[in-house]
Design a protein around this ligand. Structure first.
Ligand code: ZN
Length: 403
């Protein structure tokens, strides 16, 4: 049993965050067992009064295989894939390379305060297996998918449909706990055959498994999809193959018509919004007010390597900055990197906020000298996060940062 005296910001909804100054948070067996005001507390406690305390962050969309090429610039999606991404992903065929890369990646996630992530690996069984083994070894929590590509990919990365399906199913059967599980990962429509996507959709539906892919990121990509599949919209391609649903997470979804948004909404699909990546590759501005008007669930992803950082507070700030007219308040910035993502993953009974019974995945940010603690501290953290030292990262109640 551990009791920590601190100042809590707890996300509730896009419009509400509960501020609990001078409270004691109790942890037992990796779970939160009590949260009470210090004035009502009796017992010994650890002093973290100089910190503000938040739930661990959740990254809804990140490419482990691209971690080492973040910041290698190309001004558009398709040339960037050819010149930077594909040559790097090829290296992960080597298990030793994939293992070393995974170690670097999961240590960096913890240093950024990310306690759960939704990951694309390179299109090799070895790469996905290495990511799972390392995550398991380091106590990291994630959904991990081997990227699938059975057409229009360079020779060294191209899979047969059978390889993509059979290895994904094997990984899904092997890794199936709530903390560490498989997510079916057809990269995006241009590199996946209709047969592959239909098989993924059928299997995932009958096994309650998650699917992730990309949707309508860039006009050249969209034109390519129309040319290949002959459908009137990108969304219709996924809809007709059964890819959409309440366990489907679509990266980006920037350029969508109202009828496409209606389809996403009625299917229960979610969007991983990646504002930093969208402006890095000049893909476009996320249609925030229209997505909200259509009641499509969405959360934030870093999209490293097109995203430049694993720091989810940075991406929350980008969510605000990458809207020309709609302001995004700190309550929503926190919500979109925590509880919103937990709900999308159907894991809000385990994570996403600091509530009794949930996993003790908890961050402590030290308030910089000269700043006052108060309800406004969350806003200062969201917009000036580089001034706040991340002092402690608990995962299941264990500090993974070192003290
Ligand atoms: Zn992506």
């Amino acid at each position: 049993m551990k009791n920590i005296r601190t100042n809590i910001f707890n996300p509730v909804s896009p419009d509400q965050v509960d501020y609990l100054p001078d409270h004691v948070l109790s942890i037992d067996n990796g779970k939160i067992t009590q949260i009470c005001s210090f004035s009502d507390f009796h017992g010994s406690w650890e002093d973290q009064r100089s910190c503000i305390c938040l739930p661990g962050f959740i990254d809804l969309h990140v490419h482990l295989s691209q971690y080492r090429i973040r910041g290698l610039y190309h001004p558009a999606l398709l040339p960037w894939l050819d010149s930077s991404v594909f040559p790097e992903e090829q290296k992960s065929l080597s298990e030793a390379y994939a293992t070393a890369l995974s170690r670097d990646f999961f240590s960096a996630l913890i240093k950024a305060g990310t306690t759960f992530s939704v990951i694309y690996t390179a299109p090799f069984r070895e790469a996905a297996e290495a990511a799972f083994e390392v995550a398991h070894d380091m106590g990291a929590k994630a959904k991990i998918g081997m990227t699938m590509m059975d057409r229009n990919a360079p020779q060294g990365l191209l899979q047969t449909t059978g390889y993509a399906i059979s290895n994904s199913i094997r990984l899904h059967e092997k890794w199936n706990s709530e903390s560490l599980s498989y997510i079916f990962t057809p990269r995006f429509a241009p590199t996946c055959s209709a047969e592959l996507m239909r098989e993924v959709a059928d299997y995932a539906k009958s096994h309650d498994a998650f699917i992730q892919t990309h949707l309508s990121e860039n006009p050249d990509e969209m034109a390519w999809v129309k040319e290949i599949f002959g459908k009137s919209s990108y969304t219709e391609v996924y809809e007709s193959l059964g890819i959409l649903g309440p366990r489907s997470i679509l990266g980006h979804a920037i350029h969508l018509s109202d009828p496409e948004m209606d389809v996403l909404s009625s299917s229960g699909s979610s969007i991983a919004h990646c504002p930093d990546s969208n402006f890095y590759l000049k893909s476009g501005e996320f249609p925030l007010s229209r997505v909200k008007a259509h009641n499509i669930p969405f959360g934030l992803g870093s999209d490293v390597g097109a995203g430049t950082s694993l720091n989810m507070l940075y991406h929350a700030k980008q969510m605000n900055f990458r809207q020309n007219t709609d302001p995004v308040l700190p309550s929503e910035m926190l919500y979109r990197i925590s509880l919103a993502n937990a709900k999308i993953l159907h894991l809000d009974h385990r994570m996403g906020s600091l509530d009794i019974g949930k996993d003790a995945d908890i961050l402590f940010f030290r308030i910089p000298d000269g700043l006052y603690l108060g309800e406004h501290s969350l806003s200062q953290l969201c917009f000036s996060s580089e001034d706040f030292l991340l002092a402690k990262v608990l995962v299941d109640g264990v500090n993974r940062l070192g003290s």
